[in-house]
Design a protein around this ligand. Structure first.
Ligand code: GAP
Length: 434
């Protein structure tokens, strides 16, 4: 993990936020490569959830919206973590995250103390004020999940899209939680991005669709390169369930510190639609005027975190091996996740290679995210591209000027092949196996 965090810092994936001021409490900024990976994670999710389906449509709801949403959804009353203070060192902890001694009492990770205050509920929503006056009527909350934006737009979606359950709405966006104990790099932060699907189904089919989504989402992580042995599905015990759920399973990944949640799949029943219908007075149900059929759908929700998925892909891809007696670090990332799919590397910085190298770059840019590097020795440039996970390097050398061909090098096998430039786009696309 330390090596990966170092690589993320030095290669420009993730940096501690406000580093020049000493950082800011487990917040992070994404650098040039981190932005590309995180965008790829979101694009891969969108492709699988929206693009390749007929019955799922997209949404982008407001982050700041009416506080009535959070009252109706139960978040104002229930979205809490149990908080306890260590009486010896005064540190504050999440009671359910503390290791316990043999007799079941929690132990303070800071001082080892075992004398704590009573646990009290702490609401995780960030409160703010809308407008210039800080009064009760101006209170608003940063959304702690994107999900409610789907439910409050349920009638709009039905009216504009004429969908019939089962159908889904998909949304990717930031959520905010005032986590008591953020940590483990970007695993738990106060500002994070979620990828959430709300899948509206006939109530009698909810069990079936819950199974379907558990399986479908596991397959997604595996298709993008995470080995099955690093993933597991863990069903929640009744006391763990969120206030809106009757059944939840987490997709967990084996992080270096142990198993941790990547994504939760929940059967939210008709809890949210009924709660918003009651609080707003609007009818939030499916109605078929032809058959007269009318019901409030149940919701199956696969809810994933972008940063956690990104971390899992990076951890699973991280490897070291030896090439020609020399050690290398390589990120064996799936081409859909890798920050660059191709690096164009002129063998030399000499002006003679520049026009053809630019031509090759411009040929490839419309089909793949390309890096271009003409600094240092070719060996060192290959090492850098291996370390940041670029699946293919395309080298333009002096022979290219005559034979109008380039060398394509594969990251994982390091095998090299000469490819005519006029067949390069097709050859690259075939190798990336999009
Ligand atoms: N709408 C349901 C919901 O929000 P959740 O299990 O609380 O469910 C879904 O969140 C996913 O969002 C988690 O599985 C995780 O990947 C991500 N997530 C939640 N809290 C997070 C945090 N503080 N930092 C980073 N990711 C988080």
């Amino acid at each position: 993990m330390d090596e990966l965090v170092r690589l993320c810092r030095t290669r420009g994936f993730v940096w501690p936020s406000a580093e020049i001021y000493g950082g800011f409490r487990s917040t992070y900024d994404y650098g040039p490569l981190g932005v590309l990976v995180s965008r790829n994670v979101k694009d891969a999710w969108w492709r699988s959830m929206v693009q390749l389906r007929r019955e799922v449509v997209g949404l982008d709801a407001a982050i700041l919206s009416s506080p009535k949403i959070w009252e109706a959804s139960g978040h104002l009353a229930n979205f809490t973590d149990p908080l306890i203070d260590c009486r010896s060192c005064k540190q504050r902890w999440r009671a359910d995250h503390l290791a316990t001694a043999g007799d079941g009492t929690p132990t303070c990770p800071n001082c080892g103390g075992r004398d704590f205050t009573e646990a009290r509920p702490f609401n995780l929503m960030f409160k703010t004020f809308v407008g210039p006056v800080e009064e009760d009527s101006a209170v608003a909350y940063l959304r702690p999940e994107t999900a409610q934006g789907h439910f409050v737009n349920f009638a709009n979606v039905l009216q504009s899209e004429h969908l019939r359950p089962p159908f889904g709405t998909a949304q990717v966006g930031k959520s905010f939680r005032n986590e008591i104990t953020p940590g483990n790099f970007v695993f738990r932060t106060r500002e994070f991005e979620q990828m959430e699907l709300e899948y509206f189904v006939p109530p009698a089919e909810a069990g079936e669709w819950f199974q379907y989504w558990c399986n479908e989402r596991l397959q997604w992580y595996m298709r993008l390169g995470i080995p099955s042995e690093m993933l597991r599905l863990r069903h929640h015990a009744p006391e763990e369930l969120s206030h809106y759920s009757v059944e939840t399973a987490d997709i967990e990944f084996e992080f270096p510190w142990g198993w941790g949640e990547l994504e939760g799949i929940a059967n939210r029943t008709d809890y949210d639609l009924k709660a918003h219908a009651k609080a707003s007075g609007e009818t939030l149900e499916f109605y078929d005027p032809t058959s007269g059929e009318r019901f409030v759908p149940y919701v199956i929700e696969p809810a994933a975190g972008v940063a956690r998925a990104m971390m899992a892909f990076l951890i699973a891809a991280y490897a070291t091996d030896e090439i020609g007696g020399e050690k290398r670090t390589v990120l064996r990332l799936h081409p859909r996740i890798a920050p660059y799919q191709v690096a164009v590397l002129p063998l030399s910085k000499k002006d003679t290679l520049l026009p053809l190298s630019q031509e090759v770059l411009q040929l490839l840019q419309p089909v793949a995210m390309c890096d271009y590097d003409d600094t240092r020795s070719i060996g060192r440039r290959y090492r850098r591209q291996d370390e940041i996970g670029t699946p293919l390097c395309v080298t333009v050398d002096f022979a290219s000027l005559d034979d109008k061909a380039v060398t394509v090098r594969d990251r994982d096998s390091t095998a090299q092949e000469r490819v005519p430039i006029d067949r390069l786009v097709g050859a690259v696309a075939a190798r990336l196996a999009w």
